[in-house]
Design a protein around this ligand. Structure first.
Ligand code: AMP
Ligand code: TRP
Length: 325
């Protein structure tokens, strides 16, 4: 029996290369090794202001982009969180064993509360409890995520431990898996690449737009003139080269940037070409998938059916242990 892997992505905007390098690439890499469940977490996405008319498109978009990036629905289960009501049911139960103090420490809650001062709702606060329910409903043991989610997975371990101690052993303590790029910075070079900050390159960005965005992206800020030597170690775009460019190119840029033999524009052109080459197959596959809504509906319905069965079994076990039957 393969171990179970669970991960999620919010349908809150364009899927970007930070999501790809930080999480999706790892999902694809691990797909044969684990029994993989990938969830489009719409109930998480509604904790910030959104347009209801947009949500359906975003959900299909998230499904299509992820499949295009390599999540083969024949090899894993892809589903939408709200299609399996047990996620919120288990979250309610976990709410009753989660100390408020733990939730107050969550940096994502603190950041989002600052970003959305006019809408600091209870759902935003208990967001990590729902995330724990997502994972534990299927007894997920490994959770591939970007660095920003590590604290939430730590909390899921604490909640699992607490439940097991109070009511009896049911849940594993989930372990995060980080990629080699757990925190990709945005094109501003200052903040994490993020859907909400608009500092990203989408996974299905057009070649013209990739170049437009890269051409204005921040590099080593100490390099003011073309003749100044640059420092790849602190250049955000060099980090992207490491993921999109060929080994010889990376090695060469690492040298000629320091000696000012290459300027930022030329360096960006190489990156842009490599990124386009890497992302074009994903774009083409995405274009085909997004046109065929029936096939996406079918994939998501098949996924939800499997998950509802597993979720139902876990809830019976949970309720028995808690004396709720
Ligand atoms: P989200 O878009 O917040 O639902 O994130 C989906 C996955 O991408 C999560 O595992 C995140 O940790 C990961 N992720 C999001 N932004 C980044 C980033 N800038 N660098 C690396 N990983 C990221
Ligand atoms: N909170 C995660 C994010 O913003 C998405 C998510 C929801 C998730 N439930 C999960 C990730 C369970 C891993 C496991 O990226």
């Amino acid at each position: 029996m393969k171990k179970r892997l669970f991960s999620g992505i919010q349908p809150s905007g364009d899927v970007h290369i930070g999501n790809y390098l930080g999480a999706i690439k790892n999902w694809v890499r691990l797909i044969d090794q684990y029994d993989c469940l990938f969830c489009i977490v719409d109930y998480h996405a509604i904790t910030i202001e959104y347009d209801p008319k947009e949500m359906q498109r975003r959900i299909f978009n998230a499904a299509a982009v992820n499949i295009a990036a390599g999540l083969d629905p024949e090899k894993c289960t892809i589903f939408v969180q709200s299609h399996v009501p047990e996620h919120t049911e288990l979250a309610w139960i976990f709410n009753t064993i989660t100390p408020i103090g733990h939730l107050e420490r969550m940096t994502q809650f603190k950041d989002k509360s600052k970003q959305h001062r006019e809408n600091i709702n209870a759902g935003l606060f208990t967001y990590p409890v729902l995330q724990t329910a997502d994972i534990l409903l299927y007894k997920g043991e490994v959770v591939p995520i970007g660095e920003d989610q590590v604290q939430h997975v730590e909390l899921s371990r604490e909640i699992a431990r607490k439940f097991n101690m109070r009511y009896g052993e049911i849940f594993p303590e989930p372990q995060e898996i980080l990629s080699e790029a757990p925190r990709i910075m945005g094109l501003d070079g200052k903040t994490k690449m993020s859907k909400s900050l608009g500092n990203y390159i989408s996974l299905v960005e057009s070649p013209e737009s990739i170049w437009k965005k890269l051409s204005t992206a921040v590099t080593d800020e100490n390099r003011k003139r073309r003749t100044d030597p640059g420092n790849p170690d602190i250049c955000n775009l060099f980090t992207l080269h490491k993921h999109f460019s060929k080994k010889e190119q990376i090695e060469r840029i690492n040298i000629v940037c320091r000696t000012a033999e290459i300027g930022c524009i030329e360096c960006k052109k190489i990156l842009s070409e490599n990124m386009v080459e890497h992302l074009t197959p994903i774009c083409l596959k995405y274009e085909r998938l997004i046109k065929n809504t029936d096939s996406l509906v079918n994939i998501l319905q098949t996924g939800a059916k499997r998950c509802r069965r597993m979720a139902g079994e876990t809830m019976i076990e949970v309720k028995k242990k808690m004396g709720l039957v």
